[in-house]
Design a protein around this ligand. Structure first.
Ligand SMILES: [Zn+2]
Length: 508
């Protein structure tokens, strides 16, 4: 994978122009440097170098103590200088690693280690807009010179699912670092996939003797561009694996080439023969001296990274694998879950401990609580928010109130149906509402009073004599029907377990 990421620094990579290519009027943020006027000189952006070091460290790369910029020469209307300032042989960082984990059955292997070849800095190009009649092209230089970090992976990705997961993990890391929005649809993160199939146990002929090739034979690679979603990453890889396999089976061979992902056709289409690095005639940028990235940046402190957070969420709180994945994919959700859990831990401490409570029982209670809270956040809360188009960043329900709702469910003071009604009210009222207050006011609390429940059960037994007779004759499933009728009569506020117990007693 080759991934380009736009950094959200205040200014551009080599000039003081505002870095704001998406909101400004066309050609508002431009100067002599990003327009490449003769005699203008580039000055590297210190923050961009600092952030590139941060990214390199987060990807577990070795940061080079001497890095430099190079000119990558090619001719295109979106490139005013006729070359791009990039980094050739001395990138910011190299030899990194991203580790991926998959649930059983979701990938060809459960763990994948993807090496990072390099992470380097460069500048973005201008943006071309072609008119509908195809006769005119307009150039917007606002994007010209925006800082880009290119991250190249080793050929370690073995499936379409891994390619997608790798891109998602990278996006999460970039967002945790707060260095880029990394929105694929906006082009802030651009993924190019290089696919080449390896054939195992091919034979080679050396000095007239046939011998097995060592390991694998790598076939020419195919580069796919124009990918603007994670789904498209996955689909284009799957498409190429199939296409190249079919060609190999027919004995066809191809040249290294560049293709584009066509969303309408759901296929990759041929674009051109791929350039090799010799075509770019790289040479050192004479206007910027080599530099030590670690010396010009202040100490780079990394926040807790997604992989570490996932391990901690599972071990410390006992969240399930699936919930952990969802909760840690967005730092705002991770923080919300963490605050909810800390409230719930406090609440658990207030419960009377019986003398028979061993450490194991206490740990079990915590785990049950984590499963309940995790499930309620990832399914019910996220679902209800999605329906209402509420983003986590503007959610009004405070973690302490959400934790209280989970505690009410955990203590059987409200059943799941009514808890969802309470959640809806908490989301729909603009003030931060206390769930216990809503439960009491609306009478959503669970009826556990045996006397009241017994009355409701009697009533149902009286009203459904035929079903009662069938149940007594051995038709066990009818118990669920009768239970449902009691739940209906109590408008869903009866404790279902208590209802079942009373029904069984009365029908014995
Ligand atoms: Zn400029």
């Amino acid at each position: 994978m080759e991934i380009h990421v736009e950094l959200k620094t205040e200014s551009k990579m080599f000039c003081g122009c505002k870095n704001d290519p998406y909101r400004s009027e066309p050609n508002a943020n431009i100067c002599e440097i990003c327009l490449a006027h003769p005699g203008s000189l580039p000055v590297p952006n210190k923050t961009a170098i600092e952030w590139a070091v941060k990214i390199a460290k987060a990807l577990k790369c070795r940061v080079l103590d001497e890095s430099k910029f190079d000119r990558k020469n090619y001719f295109y209307p979106d490139l005013p200088k006729g070359y791009q300032i990039s980094q050739y042989d001395r990138p910011i960082g190299e030899n990194g690693l991203i580790e991926l984990e998959f649930l059983p059955g979701k990938n060809i292997r459960e763990k994948a280690k993807i090496g990072i070849t390099r992470a380097h800095l460069e500048e973005d190009t201008a943006k071309l807009a072609h008119s509908a009649n195809g006769k005119e092209t307009l150039v917007d230089f606002n994007r010209s010179g925006v800082p880009l970090v290119e991250i190249v992976s080793d050929p370690d990705i073995q499936s379409a699912a891994e390619a997608k997961a790798y891109c998602q993990e990278l996006q999460t890391i970039l967002r945790y670092l707060n260095v880029s929005e990394a929105e694929m649809e906006k082009g802030q993160m651009r993924c190019e996939v290089n696919i080449s199939l390896q054939e195992e146990n091919k034979f080679s002929i050396k000095n007239g003797i046939v011998e097995p090739a060592k390991g694998y034979k790598l076939n020419p690679k195919v580069e796919v561009k124009n990918i603007n979603s994670f789904r498209a990453v996955e689909k284009s890889v799957a498409f190429e694996i199939k296409r190249q396999t079919e060609m190999l089976e027919k004995g066809e061979i191809w040249q290294q080439e560049t293709r584009g992902w066509n969303e309408n056709k759901q296929a990759t289409v041929w674009q051109r023969i791929k350039e090799t690095s010799a075509d770019y005639r790289y040479f050192p940028e004479p206007d910027i001296p080599p530099f030590n990235p670690l010396k010009i940046t202040s100490d780079v402190d990394l926040p807790e990274m997604p992989a570490e957070k996932r391990i901690r969420f599972r071990e410390e709180y006992g969240f399930s694998f699936a919930d952990t994945d969802i909760l840690t994919s967005d730092i705002n959700w991770a923080n919300y879950a963490e605050r909810t859990m800390s409230e719930l831990a406090d609440w658990l401490h207030t419960l009377p401990e019986t003398e028979s409570d061993t450490d194991k029982i206490i740990q079990n209670k915590k785990n049950q609580m984590a499963r309940l809270a995790g499930g309620w956040i990832t399914s019910k809360l996220m679902g209800a928010m999605a329906e209402r188009k509420i983003d986590i960043r503007i959610l009004k329900i405070k973690p302490e109130n959400f934790a209280e709702l989970v505690a009410l469910i955990y203590a059987n003071r409200v059943n799941s149906t009514n808890a969802q009604k309470i959640l809806s009210e908490m989301l729909d009222t603009n003030v931060d509402m206390d769930p216990t207050h809503i439960m009491e006011e609306k009478g959503y609390g669970q009826i556990s009073d045996e006397g009241k429940l017994a009355e409701a059960v009697e009533e149902v037994i009286k009203n459904y004599p035929a079903q009662v007779a069938q149940y007594k004759a051995g038709k066990e499933p009818l118990l669920q029907f009768l239970k449902g009728m009691v739940m209906k009569a109590t408008e869903g506020s009866a404790d279902p377990q208590a209802v079942e117990k009373i029904l069984r007693e009365k029908l014995r």
